[in-house]
Every structure is written in structure tokens, then in C-alpha cells.
Write a protein of this length. Sequence first.
Length: 106
Amino acid sequence: MSTCCTMPVEVKIKDLIRMGVVDEFEKGEPPKNVAKRLQKEGIVERFNQKSGIFTLQRMSNNDCLYLDKKTRLCTIYDLRPDTCRNHPKIGPRPGYCAYKPKPVAR
């Protein structure tokens, strides 16, 4: 389990195809149309048309949509997006995750 599971996950169309929520035929459609469908289905929170990046929907507690509530493990690990595959290998400090969970109020 990693604290990155509560960070917004940005994905590209190829990630969505790998995850099985978009098929190869939709690749030729305007991405904003794909985004609209995925937003209706509760899979995508936002779409940035300029960058072509989709942001996956999170649950009300900010967990990733694909994080198992009990085991805290990724339910689509073998199909996970490149963002998850590369975290925290890329960035200014490889191997370091700057994200710290908020302390739980008691």
C-alpha cells in the first residue's frame, strides 16, 4: 500500500484502454466525447482537453476508485496506469513520495 493511492491519478487514453474502460475503436473518437461517457460512468473526474489528460474519479474519502477498501491493494494492479507504474520513479526526487496523509481526527 502506498500513500499515493489517495492522490489524483492522471491518465492518458492508452491507460484507459489498458484498464479496459475504453476500447480500441474509441481511440479515434474525440477525447472529450470519451471523457463525457467516463464522467457519466463515474470513472473520470475531469478531462484537460489541452493536455489530453484524464483525471480518475476518487471515492468520497479521496481513495483511488480502484483501491480495495479492506485490503488497501490495487484491484487492477496488472492493468494499472503508467502514472501508478512510474510512481515514485520519476520526478525531481526519484524514490521519494512527498505526499503525506492528513492526520486522522480522533
